[in-house]
Write a protein that binds this ligand. Sequence first.
Ligand SMILES: NC(=O)c1ccc[n+]([C@@H]2O[C@H](COP(=O)([O-])OP(=O)(O)OC[C@H]3O[C@@H](n4cnc5c(N)ncnc54)[C@H](OP(=O)(O)O)[C@@H]3O)[C@@H](O)[C@H]2O)c1
Length: 283
Amino acid sequence: MLKILVTGATGNVGTEVIRLLRSQNCHICAGVRNPMNAQQMLGSNVECIAFDFTNPDTFVNAFENVNKLFLVRPPALANVRKQIVPALNAAKFAGIEHIVFLSLLGAEHNSFVPHSKIERYINQLGIPATFLRCSFFMQNLHTTHRQDIKTYGELLLPAGNGKTSFIDVRDIAAVAVRTLTEDGHQSRAYALTGGEALTYYEVADIFTSILGKPVRYHPNALKFIRRMHSLGLSIDFILVMLAIYTTARLGLAGDITSDTEQLLNRSPLTMRQYVEDYRHFWL
Ligand SMILES: NC(=O)c1ccc[n+]([C@@H]2O[C@H](COP(=O)([O-])OP(=O)(O)OC[C@H]3O[C@@H](n4cnc5c(N)ncnc54)[C@H](OP(=O)(O)O)[C@@H]3O)[C@@H](O)[C@H]2O)c1
C-alpha cells in the first residue's frame, strides 16, 4: 500500500490533506513534533510519527518505507540550508519516490524566497517532484487577521487598492491529494490561484454582508505594524507580511491562472464561500 508522509500535518494545508487522504487507499503518516497531541487532533487511521526538521534524529524513523512526501516548510524556518536541506538529504537517502512541495506563486522568479531554494535543491537531488505554487491563502483571514475582524470590525493591512487572487487551502489540499495519489504529476509545477482577484475593500464588503456587521478595510502600514506587534508576532514575521502586502499593493498578486480549475475539474472556491463556511471564527 502507498505510504504517504504528510509534514505540516497540524497546519492549515496539512490538516486538509490528511482529511482528504482518508478516502484514498493509502497508509497516511503525519510527521509531527508532538505525536500525542497530533493523534488527538487528527484521530484514528493516521499514524502520527515524530518528525522535526531541526532534529535529524527523527528522520530515519519518519521516512522509513515512505513512498511519497507532502512537504510543507514551516513559516518560521527560513534558513533552508540549515533547517530544510538535512531533511531533504534524508528523504533522498531513504529512497522517497516523489515529493509534492507546498510552494509559493512566483517562486521560480524570486530566488531569494525559501521556496525557490527548496525547489532548486529538490531538483538538484533528483527526487521526482511536483511544485504547488500557491497564491495568498484565504485562511490567513481567520488566523492572522481573525482578532482584528472579530473584535474591531477591521481589516487592517497595507495592501492599498491592489487585487489578490486568494486561494482556499481546501482547494490546495484537493490538488495535493490528486498529485500524490495519481500518476503523471512528476516534474510538474502548478500555479494555484483562486478564480477571482479581489481588493481588500471588496473582501471587507463580503465580510460585512455575510457577518451582518460592518467590517472596514484600513490600508495603514504603521497601524498594521503596531497591531501585529501587539499580537506578539516577531519583527521578522511582520516584515515578511509587509513585503507580501506590498506585492499586492503594487498590483503583483492579482494574476489568475487556470491550473486549479483544470486539476479539480470545477471552479475554485470563492471568497464568499470561504467566509460563509468559516463565519463562526469572526462572530
Ligand atoms: N499563508 C499564505 O498565504 C501562503 C501562500 C503560499 C505559500 N505559503 C507557504 O505555506 C507554508 C505554510 O503552510 P501552512 O499555512 O499550512 O502551515 P501552518 O498552518 O503555518 O503550520 C505550520 C506547520 O509546520 C509544523 N512545524 C513547525 N515547526 C516545525 C518543525 N521544526 N518541524 C516539523 N514541523 C514543524 C507545525 O506543526 P506543530 O507546530 O504542530 O509541530 C504546523 O503543522 C509556508 O511555507 C508558507 O510560506 C503560504
